[in-house]
Design a protein around this ligand. Structure first.
Ligand code: F6P
Length: 320
């Protein structure tokens, strides 16, 4: 293999730039040429790309977002779009592709692999942590740290006013951001799509905490259940304590990546290129039990995300 392509696709995630850097530099180390494709699959279809060198990726390891920009590309779901993408790759002499993105982006890569024989390697880049085959996705740690920072601040003012704070976090249909942010910020309650909630039980828990001397409460609601605003309204109807809602929103997607995300980016990017240069495609890289792993892309995208009920129970036990 002489020339590879690289793109970021779907929602951006902190650490994508660090992964781009790792891919480009590892590729150059092994004597491969790298083309950076702009705006994900849209750029591949439109042939919008540039050759990258060592200096193209200088000064980005600490930056959020993605220097290649990203998009959600509906055309890639069509046969016509896929054919255009393959034509671009052939015309440009690109023999392998690294795709940094989430579930949807991996499906695009799987299609190129399965239907057109293009070797692809997926790097999991999404704040949602909604891929089962890997313990962590790139950007999740930074996003959770952002939530913690917001909740720390909310805690101050909620305590002063003896209020209940309902905080909405992202994650699409996955409750991991709520679960991890909830445990690590000391929230009393988390509401996630994987577990049905009972408002009477929530009110009972709040009252019990107040009776034991607490002055405020934090409830983290995953966006996949409902909005903070709607939840706060419903709660206010059944409690005498004052309730306020906050939606963290896209702040979770930005910012300088944490150490954990930069480390994952370095390892994922490096592993992806090592596989491709050996002619191995059709894989995704990930981390499992602290080991960098790779797995068949078709198998990886067909795995259903499992919620960590043990962590949820831990939260229930220590959040009184
Ligand atoms: O997949 C990442 C994510 O941030 C989800 O958590 C969220 O539901 C969605 O993207 C938001 O998408 P957009 O940036 O298109 O509003």
């Amino acid at each position: 293999m002489k020339r590879i392509g690289l793109l970021t696709s779907g929602g951006d995630a902190p650490g994508m730039n660090a992964a781009i850097r790792a891919v480009v530099r590892t590729a150059i180390y092994f004597g491969l040429e790298v083309y950076g494709i702009e705006r994900g699959y849209a750029g591949l279809i439109e042939d919008s790309m540039m050759p990258m060198n060592m200096r193209s990726v200088s000064d980005i390891v600490h930056r959020g977002g993605t220097m290649l920009r990203t998009a959600r590309c509906l055309e890639m779901l069509t046969e016509e779009g896929q054919k255009k993408a393959v034509d671009t790759l052939n015309r440009r002499g690109i023999e392998g592709l690294v795709v940094i993105g989430g579930d949807g982006s991996f499906r695009g890569a799987k299609c190129l692999t399965e239907n057109y024989g293009i070797p692809t390697i997926g790097i999991p880049g999404t704040i949602d942590n909604d891929l089962q085959y890997t313990d962590y996705t790139l950007g999740f740690d930074t996003a959770v740290n952002t939530c913690i920072e917001v909740i720390n601040k909310l805690r101050d003012t909620m305590n002063s006013h003896e209020r209940i704070s309902v905080v909405e976090v992202m994650g699409r249909s996955c409750g991991d951001i709520a679960l991890y942010a909830g445990i690590t910020s000391g929230a009393e309650i988390i509401v996630v799509p994987e577990i049905p909630f009972d408002m009477d039980d929530i009110v009972m828990r709040i009252n019990r905490s107040r009776a034991s001397g607490k002055h405020s409460n934090i409830i983290v609601v995953a966006e996949g259940v409902t909005s903070a605003e709607a939840f706060a309204k419903e709660l206010q109807e059944v409690t005498t304590h004052s309730v306020r809602s906050t939606t963290i929103g896209h702040i979770q997607r930005g910012g300088s990546p944490s150490m954990a995300d930069r480390m994952l980016a370095a390892q994922f990017g490096n592993k992806a290129v090592r596989l491709l240069k050996d002619g191995i495609g059709n894989r995704v890289v990930g981390i499992h039990k602290n080991e960098i792993i790779d797995m068949d892309i078709i198998e990886a995208v067909s795995m259903k995300k499992q919620f960590n009920f043990e962590l949820y129970e831990t939260l229930q036990m220590i959040s009184m």
